[in-house]
Write a protein that binds this ligand. Sequence first.
Ligand code: NAD
Length: 487
Amino acid sequence: MNGAEISVVAGVPKGLLIGGEWVEAAGGAQLAVENPANSEVLAMVADAGPAEALEALAAASRAQAGWAKTPPRTRAEILRAAFEEIMRRQEELSLLMTLEMGKPLAESRGEVAYAAEFFRWFSEEAVRINGDFYISPDGNTRVLTTRAPVGPSLLITPWNFPLAMGTRKIGPALAAGCTVVLKPAKQTPLCSLALAGILIGAGVPKGVVNVITTSNPAAVTEALVGDDRLRKLSFTGSTEVGRELMAKSSQHLLRLSMELGGNAPLIVFEDADLDKAVDGAMLAKMRNMGEACTAANRIMVHRSIAGEFSLRLGERMERLKVAEGTDPTAEVGPLIDQAAVSKVTALVADALGHGAEVVVGGSRIGDRGYFFAPTVIRGVPRHSRMFSEEIFGPIAPVYEFDSDAEAIEMANSTSYGLVAYIFTESFSRAHRTIEALDTGMIGVNQGFVSNAAAPFGGVKHSGFGREGGFEGIHEYLTVKYAALNLG
Ligand code: NAD
């Protein structure tokens, strides 16, 4: 590590944040955070067990009533101050993110700005929580509704967007008046710890935000969801783990938000502007090295233009600079770990075994870190694993279709339903397709849908609940109704 890298990692608190204090895990237990570009250990952070997790929940529970009563304007201004501080420290946080997660610096800068935006957006929403007042149909009762914070919330985040997945949950929770326990992924705890430091600096009272880092998420989460002081679980991660957590959450009937996996189709109709479609496919596929729930997993192109499209996509993919994320010229960084490399390698082998053909890429690069070549692959049959499984890597399989109906049938034939992308110059075709797709989000002539002002979320096995937009804060609010008899 160079001097700037050492100092950025050294500046991050390494303990657990419980009740406003940074504390060690029992027995000084620690877990190692690795740099995926070179497999070297970047830092050691506290490794909590169930006992510390319950202390964090106790702190959140003690702080709940006071935070709920804190004036919305005060809550808003704390979030606003945190937004400003994140942006002031954008370079430092971007470097930290690249070191622990691998994405190129330019993408980390983008994520830091995107992450900060959730604090700005929800600082604006905190002062707009409303209720209603109306007359019952029989005229005898006045219906008064207000919205109250749900209560202490457990926020579980994945490693692929180490800062934004945290702010997308903490922003609306704090705005709504909920206290939180944040549990980041063990691969990328440093951004969450840095974020917690920023929130404290911005004036978050003791116990309102608690952070637990752990190498044993199952045990820690089980203890928390088994405690009736917890009222809400917001989870972003794989469908498999989400399903398990949903079952465990039934014990205390937790309010749930589930942002789970995806298998996004990207449909290029024959009337598409090919420049836009190739640009869109590059963005939808390659953002975050393909390690995004929103990544285009199945690129479906009308047969009449599939040859030209694949060629152009292949040329663009081949030109991408694969390098350590800290290299300012890097466009594609390493995958997160060996398991990720093994998974994409197996998916490519499976497709080739079923008769597919590699246009460019197809294999691991080097043996230092976890780099995989940007890959375009054609002729993948629908019974291949990569048609139905999340690829989570830089592999672009191109499928062909002959009619709109076939494209829509293919797009919807998955258990997931997070996002789809469509490319067409026809307004009516775009509208018909939007209505026919079973997904929570649709990008039209663009390969990117994330936006703090928009409701992010899926249907089917991609989960439920929405983050961002006007909807986001409602995940942390409950409706309270009073029936008023005016006599
Ligand atoms: P993961 O499910 O393995 O882990 C997600 C989080 O859950 C981590 O914090 C992890 O420590 C924790 N976890 C793991 N096992 C657990 C268990 N048994 N009990 C409790 N907690 C547990 O997912 P990942 O590999 O970190 O992230 C990739 C997945 O996240 C992909 O499926 C991706 O599509 C999904 N994702 C979804 C969205 C969305 O908004 N829909 C956004 C980003 C990522």
